[in-house]
Design a protein around this ligand. Sequence first.
Ligand code: HEM
Length: 401
Amino acid sequence: MARRTAPVRDWSEDFDVLDAGYIEDPFTIWDELRQTCPIAHSNRRGSNWLPTRYEDVTAMAHDIEHFSSVEVGVIPVAVDDPEEPLLPYGLPPISVDPPIHTWTRRLLLPWFSHRRVESYEAMTRGLCSQLIESFADSGHADAAENYAQQIPVRVIAQILGVSADLSDTFTGWVRDVLEFADDRERNFSAVEALFNYFVAEIAHRRQNPGSDLLSELLQTEVEGAEIEESVVLGMAALVLIAGVDTTWSAIGSSLWHLATHEDDRKRLVAEPELMPLAVEELLRAYSPVTMARLVTSDIEFKGCPMKAGDKLLMNFPAANRDPAVFEDADKVVLDRQHNRHVAFGSGIHRCAGSNLARMELRVALEEWLKRIPEFRLAEGAELTWAGGQVRGPRVLPVVFP
Ligand code: HEM
């Protein structure tokens, strides 16, 4: 939910990704910046750079020498003791550079292969239809809270081998970590709770190993040694954090689009075979995730004097709206043929869970449209959007006949 921040004087030199207007409609701001100042700067929350062109965002994502992943949080947080951090490697592989990045990523990838993801599809479909049945006859629902938000967390719980009863608790932790990153107290207590939870789970899995991701990581050896517990902990926490509000935001934004664009909704109902292309287009147009990088040494990038210690915001969502790459970039074209979007990032950190995210988004939309083909925003509905690292609707009241 948007919080009050000081008004922005000038988007090219004082941007604020937590500005309420930016969270609601960043698109016109990016369009303007791309023309006038394609890499904007701000001194709010440290010295930060914000690229808006596809070419720049992808070039930066590939330059891992100058732009490190050791700080990927868009909103800086001082969560614990910098001398003795709880997680010295953060949440690998997302928060590390090679060489740790290479092997931690390799260990996660098989869990999200096409084959594995296919095996989660029936369970996801059952879950979606069960959620829909709980409100379908009432004629109204909060498509964010009652639906989108409920899906990914339950699927991830299964992969991690943790109880689905904890879904609401997980959702709260993930929101406090990402959405409320600027609320120190809230953020810190969520990180602590998540940490303590996984410490206890790891102790339990050491005694009672199962066939889940956590158990497998604990039994894996890298170069003849067990993986350090803090790395296992970070990886498990990442899977939970990365897989939850990203996907629920994508499902929520897509339902918002269909609730507000009758022609697209009708077309998708009439031509369900368009769904795979539509999923890519909705991911492009409403890309939820912005990441950060830490500038490792002074560098001039396209005339911008970046200093070691500055932050760079990997603005994948703005890259996806760049008219130099996408025709009618600000328009949703459900059957767009050429769509090299970077919603899942670009380069070595490209999303490890993209197969799962795509399946969940497709199944969530298919099940919804099957049961509720006609729907629109509730009259006078007060929508709220979250933004910063992950953008998506948090309150989305819809009605249907
Ligand atoms: C629509 C949903 C999703 C979007 C838009 C998304 C987006 C992204 C992006 C942009 C990155 C790149 C980060 C960077 O460059 O720093 C990333 C990385 C990652 N994502 Fe996703 N993600 C989604 C869903 C998921 C899911 C469901 C999972 C599975 C649990 C997942 C797991 C990961 C992991 C493990 C990484 C780190 C990869 C690495 O550092 O090598 N994501 N994601």
